[in-house]
Each structure stands twice: as structure tokens, then as C-alpha cells.
Design a protein around this ligand. Structure first.
Ligand code: XMP
Length: 533
């Protein structure tokens, strides 16, 4: 736990001083641009493309990136950025639609391409500051960049002041630059990993062209967050709902580092956690880190409330509602708490902001924070609000949390309540916990855990015949599920080795009395979902 303390005291750079503004035209890759920029050690924020001049100037960007987007600049009223983008005197990089919008806005010509380019393409860099010296060909060959394209329109005539900086087979103007004014355009996507030099290109833009120093690093982020928490809450007491998930765990470690005993955590154990998970949470936070954690053993209340209920959505509502009630009751027993801490992270902030302006698709419902702040008159403290999940994980490690906890697969709020199909009974949960534990243990032991994005067992309340010793036995079935995915919106079932599956199946049937059959789920998402309910 001590690793953050010296840095917290020693370094007090303003890590938000050098910031890149990303104006979002609605590309599915916009968040990726922001993450890649941050991987270069530079703070970045995403804002809608129509951010007005006053806010744009107030943001004081060191550089601006215009994202891709689904529109065409040749529509009647195409999205255009404020002219201030080109007046405040900072470098601008347009990517895909962002390049086309920049070209059109500065007087160039963009037209629908006869050859739409989607997927892999090769770029021959020309005289280019942004692409100079980068190549995926051998050292003696002419430079070639292997890139990812996804566009229907292309720039046909450059705006005044620009020069061609690279071409592809179907786009003579696949890259353009105005070096005097520091404007750059790329028809391809440097932010996706299929563009092999993509990270180097973004690094060149933010570090060399924008001149950002690269101080957005885990130790600085921790030091900055600690200083800000201290300045915000002063000597007040803070309450945190600890779930054992990554976000709330990192908030707990961070707040403890910042304000020590002023933090009290409430951990509601609803009995639907993984095998021994409740004890592990207490062990890590209370025993090892000496954080004030109140564990509420509420399993009996949850099982009673779920009795006779088999509809998945109803189960979710009951678990979510009761969770808030239990947390609420516990919070009311505490005196003089002024702040409620939450593990809100940057994608939640972007999604909610987008929803307010009508641009986003979904808002996450945080069932574990309910209506509490209004009723209890607590203010919110959200120290992870600026961070992407990968950054949350990195600072979790920086704060000394165990790697297994920080890099754990996601676990749904309703827990095993949606992994026991139909009615949830304590005896089913106990069988599922043991089967799931064997599966996860073996994934780790065989170096497969980090290769899949999410893996778990599902309990099927049907009986199937098995022969054990001399007798026939009718016992329950578990299904194993393991998926590979980037965004959890689509997923491929993981092609785990047969020998591995055989070993796990044998262990479960031999060791878990009550399970007689194991199946493996080979459904992709879509059409199936990751969870079974
Ligand atoms: P599905 O099943 O929709 O899951 O393909 C996508 C991701 O969301 C998780 N999930 C949930 N998480 N409460 C949560 O907090 C829920 O009710 C819930 N349902 C699904 C799921 O585990 C996967 O990571």
C-alpha cells in the first residue's frame, strides 16, 4: 500500500495541463482514440463535435483530434466543428470523417469514392511530418504502412496550404498536411490495432507535434487523485459501497490512501457471490489493508425474497432493490457521513453526457447506488470519473491491489442470481459456486484465464442420469461458458482445448456431489447473450 505515498508527496505536476481534445463525430472508435492518446501519457477528453467556441477555448487544448463518423460531408447539413478549432492556433488531426470535414471546412473538395475502402489497406507515405520514418516494410524497402480503412467518401481536392502526405490504391490523398498551420488529415484509422504503426503515429502527433510532455502516468494519476480527494472532502467522513468488483475496489484503495480512517465501506454480501468471495474481500480490505469495512451478511434475506421467483428480470429487480435497502439501512446506522463515494468511470460519464444531448445509445443503471444521496443528503465523490477501465486497473496495481482482483473477469451485479436458471435456491447456489470455482481455478492453472474475456459456470435445474460406481444417479447439470470479446456487445465462444474441457468436466462430476453432467456452451453473441438469463 505504500507505493503511492512517496509519489503523492513528491510529485505535484498538473497532469491535466497538457490535454488533447477529441471532438466526436460518432465513430465507434472514438473512445479508442482517447485511450490510445492516454497510452501516450497524455490526458484526453471526448466532447461532442458541436462543442461551442467558448467551451472550446476554455478547455485550452494542446491539440485537437477530429474523430471519424458515420456521416458524409456532402449531406445537406453535415456536422461541422466550430471555426474556432482552426483559430486557436493548436495542431489539429482529422481522422477519416474528421479529415473529410476538415478538408471541406477549409475549402477542399470531398466526394463519394467509386471504390469504397473497408478493412485492410496499404499506404505509401509521401513527404510527411506525421508519417516520416514509419514503415511496415523492411529497412531497405520503400516505406509502406499497413492500415485499417473504413470510408465511402474521399478527399478529391486539397484545401489551400495543404500537401498530399500519403496515398493508397484508391485514395491518392489518403493523408494530407498543412505544416505551416499544423493541420493533419488521415483517411485511415491510427487508433485501431490493425493499423500497425497507429500508436506511433498518435504518439508523434501528441508528443512531437503538440509537444505534450507525457506525464499522464499511473503514479501521477494516483498522486493527483489523492490530492484532489483530500482537497474535496477535507476532514469529512466518506461512505463507499464495496462490492469486490474492480471499480469499487480501486476506489476503496485510493480513498484509504488519501483519507485513511475517514473512509467507511459497507460490503453487502447477498449470498450470490463466487466461492469464498466474501471472505476474500474481507481478507484483502479489512485484514491486509486495515480499511474500515462493515460486512453485512444478508444472504438469508435475499434467498427469502427470491423464493418462488423464476423470471430473470424480476430476479434482477428484487436483488437490486434489496441491495439498496440493505445498504441504506447500514448507512443510516453511521453518524456524520457527508460524502458517498462511487466507482463511476469515464465511459459512464461519456454515455450519460451523450444521453443528455440525445447522442448516446445507452445509460448504465447503477443498481447499487439507488436514491441514497438525495435521501441522506450526501455529496458524491467520484475519483475515477476521468479514467477508462484499463487506467483504473493500472492504478489499482499502482495502489498495491492483488493482480487477480484487478484483472478479474466482469461479474454481474445480480451475481449468481442470474446464473442459477429459474428459482434461486441456496443449495443450487452452493453447487454452482463449487463447479464455477473448479472451472476458474483450472483456467488460471492452465494459463487460459487471461486469454478469455469472461468465463463462468451456469446451473441448470434439470436432472440428468449418470452412472456412479454401480448405481444410476439423477443429478443436476452445469454449463460452462467462456467468451472472447473486446466490448461485450458481441462475443465469440472461446475455443478452449478439448483436453482442458475434459479435465474440468471430470473434476466437477467427481468432486461436486449433486452434479452429474457438464456441457460447454458454443453459442456466439449475437444471437445468444453472454449470460444465460
Ligand atoms: P449479456 O448477457 O447481456 O452480458 O451478453 C454482457 C455483459 O454484461 C454483464 N451483465 C450484467 N451486469 N448486471 C450487471 O451488472 C446485470 O444484470 C447483467 N447482465 C449481464 C455480463 O456478465 C456481461 O459481462
Amino acid at each position: 500500500m505504500s507505493s503511492a505515498m512517496p509519489t503523492a508527496a513528491a510529485k505535484q505536476t498538473d497532469i491535466h495541463a497538457w490535454r488533447v481534445l477529441i471532438l466526436d463525430f460518432g465513430s465507434q472508435y472514438t473512445q479508442l482514440i482517447a485511450r490510445r492518446v492516454r497510452e501516450c501519457g497524455v490526458y484526453s477528453e471526448i466532447h461532442p463535435w458541436d462543442m461551442d467556441e467558448a467551451r472550446l477555448r476554455a478547455f485550452r487544448p494542446a491539440g485537437i483530434i477530429l474523430s471519424g463518423g458515420p456521416e458524409s460531408v456532402n449531406l445537406d447539413d453535415p456536422p461541422r466543428v466550430s471555426q474556432a478549432v482552426f483559430e486557436i492556433g493548436v495542431p489539429v488531426l482529422g481522422i477519416c470523417y474528421g479529415m473529410q470535414a476538415m478538408a471541406a471546412q477549409l475549402g477542399g473538395k470531398v466526394e463519394a469514392s467509386a471504390h469504397r475502402e473497408f478493412g485492410y489497406a496499404e499506404i505509401r507515405p509521401g513527404d510527411s511530418e506525421l508519417l516520416a520514418g514509419l514503415s511496415d516494410a523492411g529497412p531497405s524497402a520503400d516505406p509502406v504502412l499497413k492500415v485499417w480503412m473504413s470510408h465511402g467518401d474521399r478527399v478529391e481536392a486539397l484545401p489551400q496550404g495543404f500537401k498530399a502526405a500519403g496515398s493508397s490504391r484508391n485514395s491518392p490523398l489518403a493523408a494530407m498536411e498543412d505544416r505551416a498551420r499544423r493541420y493533419f488529415g488521415l483517411q485511415f484509422h491510427p487508433e485501431v490495432t490493425h493499423t500497425l504503426q497507429g500508436q506511433n503515429i498518435l504518439k508523434r502527433f501528441v508528443a512531437e507535434i503538440c509537444g505534450c510532455p507525457g506525464d499522464w502516468t499511473p503514479d501521477n494519476i494516483v498522486a493527483d487523485a489523492i490530492a484532489r480527494v483530500r482537497a474535496t472532502v477535507g476532514a469529512d467522513r466518506v461512505l463507499l459501497g464495496l462490492s469486490g468488483g474492480v471499480d469499487s475496489s480501486v476506489v476503496a484503495a485510493l480513498l484509504h490512501e488519501a483519507i485513511g480512517d475517514q473512509l467507511t465501506c459497507v460490503f453487502v454480501d447477498h449470498g450470490l457471490l463466487r466461492h469464498h468471495e466474501g471472505d476474500q474481500v474481507m481478507d484483502t480490505f479489512a485484514e491486509h489493508m486495515h480499511i474500515n469495512v462493515i460486512r453485512v451478511n444478508a444472504a438469508e434475506r435475499f434467498f427469502a425474497a427470491l423464493k418462488g421467483i423464476s423470471d430473470p428480470e424480476q430476479k434482477r429487480k428484487i436483488i437490486g432493490g434489496l441491495f439498496i435497502d440493505v445498504f441504506d439501512e447500514e448507512a443510516h446506522k453511521l453518524e456524520g457521513i457527508k460524502w458517498l463515494a462511487q466507482g463511476t468511470i469515464y465511459p459512464d460519464v461519456i454515455e450519460s453526457a451523450g444521453a443528455e444531448t440525445g447522442k448516446a445509445h445507452v445509460i448504465k443503471s447503477h443498481h447499487n447506488v439507488g436514491g441514497l444521496p438525495a435521501r441522506m443528503r450526501m455529496s458524491l465523490v467520484e475519483p475515477l470519473r476521468e479514467l477508462f477501465k484499463d487506467e483504473v486497473r493500472k492504478i489499482g496495481i499502482e495502489l498495491g491491489l492483488p493482480r487477480e482482483m484487478v484483472y478479474r473477469h466482469p461479474f454481474p451485479g445480480p451475481g449468481l442470481g442470474v446464473r442459477v436458471l429459474g428459482e434461486v435456491k441456496p443449495e443450487y447456489v452452493a453447487l454452482l459456486q463449487r463447479a464455477d470455482d473448479i472451472f476458474i481455478h483450472e483456467l488460471r492453472a492452465n494459463d487460459l484465464y487471461d486469454k478469455v474475456s469472461q468465463a463462468f459456470a451456469v446451473f441448470l435445474p434439470v436432472k440428468s442420469v449418470g452412472v456412479m460406481g454401480d448405481g444410476r444417479r439423477y443429478d443436476y447439470v452445469v454449463a460452462l461458458r467462456a467468451v472472447e470479446t473486446i466490448d461485450f456487445m458481441t462475443a465469440r465462444w472461446a475455443h478452449l482445448p478439448y483436453e482442458f474441457l475434459e479435465h474440468v468436466s471430470l473434476r466437477i462430476i467427481n468432486e461436486v456431489d449433486g452434479i452429474s453432467r457438464v456441457t460447454y456452451d458454443i453459442s456466439g453473441k449475437p444471437p445468444a447473450t453472454i449470460e444465460w438469463e
